[in-house]
Design a protein around this ligand. Structure first.
Ligand SMILES: NC(=O)N[C@@H](CC(=O)O)C(=O)O
Ligand SMILES: [Zn+2]
Ligand SMILES: [Zn+2]
Length: 346
């Protein structure tokens, strides 16, 4: 059996770093293994303008450990007031790598998101012209739509119409959770990709609800039935370049998770690479982990893959911390529920 695996250093194409004390606590966990990450802009207040993205990038860079080798790839949070010229200037200067669409009310800190998609059509058209990707939280928010159906309904009612009215717009469907999304992406030749999280490759909705409610498995989009998890594993391990890693590592303090109204988000930055190796090994697809974690994302974003490498070694089960501490409170690390044998060694 293979017991070492060396891959190009991975990138995380969907990451929440937060700000202040939480940023300082979680950033080293990502910078340890990942060379670059697409930084989600859903701060309070959100990162809406180029000037705000520049200031946030500076805060991230100053929170980096001295020996870190990590580049944050910034995004802007799309609102109905977003100025297409500001977006284009931020792209032109190399400051931003994408714009993020949150349907208003869909997820954590999405209140300033978009309500009427037609109002941002001008920004989409400009993005299509300049080749700037749109990252999408793909869930509808209508109260009558069942939460387990919100991704599939979003594809039909929102995503497909946006792509048809703005041909040439490059789109990443973030953190997909359904076979519907897998099939939709597979049906599009180019210009559409999808990120898949670590946790959605591991949990289905039973993990959240059976035997007691498990707030640390609650995230959005919520995990679906087992058949959907299997479709995600098949897509991630298939070698299809349209699918790539976006961990959606989303730290919340334990107080905010273990609550009568707990926040959505799984914190997977510390053990993601060990979990992924385990998942890919089970599928006899270890040789495809590099594509998923290190090559397909750069290809979609038009960037070179990293030249540095990361080595994983198989051995006795790895221990990793169950929590990390921040000045805001402790944050629980995602527990995959099975032992992890792959350790990042260099
Ligand atoms: N995924 C989550 O459950 N939470 C994310 C927001 C998001 O990515 O939707 C967060 O910011 O906490
Ligand atoms: Zn999201
Ligand atoms: Zn996210």
């Amino acid at each position: 059996m293979t017991d070492t695996l060396t891959i190009a250093r991975p990138d995380d194409w969907h990451l929440h770093l937060r700000d202040g004390a939480m940023l300082r606590a979680v950033l080293p966990e990502t910078a340890r293994h990942f060379a670059r990450a697409i930084i989600m802009p859903n701060l309070v207040p959100p990162v809406v303008t180029g000037a705000q993205a520049a200031a946030y990038r500076d805060r991230i860079l100053s929170a980096l450990p001295a020996d870190a080798n990590f580049t944050p790839l910034m995004t802007l949070y799309l609102t109905e007031e977003t100025d297409a010229d500001d977006v284009a200037a931020a792209h032109e200067s190399g400051l931003i790598s994408a714009v993020k669409l949150y349907p208003a009310g869909a997820t954590t800190n999405s209140a300033s998101g978009v309500q009427v998609f037609d109002r941002v059509r001008g920004v989409f058209e400009r993005m299509a012209e300049i080749g700037l990707p749109l990252c999408v939280h793909g869930e509808v928010t209508e109260p009558e739509i069942d939460i387990f159906d919100r991704e599939a309904v979003f594809i039909d009612r929102v995503l497909d119409p946006i792509r048809r009215t703005t041909p040439g717009l490059r789109v990443v469907m973030e953190h997909i959770t359904t076979s519907d999304a897998v099939e939709y992406v597979q049906g599009v030749e180019s210009g559409l990709g999808a990120t898949i999280t670590t946790h959605h490759l591991v949990i289905n909705r039973n993990h959240i609800l059976v035997g007691g409610i498990r707030p640390h498995y609650y995230c959005l989009p919520v995990a679906k039935r087992e058949i959907h998890r299997q479709a995600l594993v098949a897509a991630a391990t298939s070698g299809d370049a349209r699918f790539f890693l976006g961990t959606d590592s989303a730290p919340h303090t334990d107080d905010n998770k273990e609550s009568a109204c707990g926040c959505a988000g799984c914190f997977t930055a510390p053990n993601t690479m060990s979990i992924l190796a385990e998942v890919f090994e089970r599928e006899n697809a270890l040789e495809r982990l590099e594509g998923f974690a290190s090559r397909h994302g750069p290809t979609f974003y038009g960037l070179p893959a990293n030249t540095e490498t990361l080595t994983l070694t198989r051995g006795a089960p790895v221990s990793y911390p169950s929590h990390i501490d921040s000045a805001e409170g402790s944050v629980t690390v995602f527990d995959p529920g099975f032992p992890l044998h792959w350790r990042v060694t260099t």
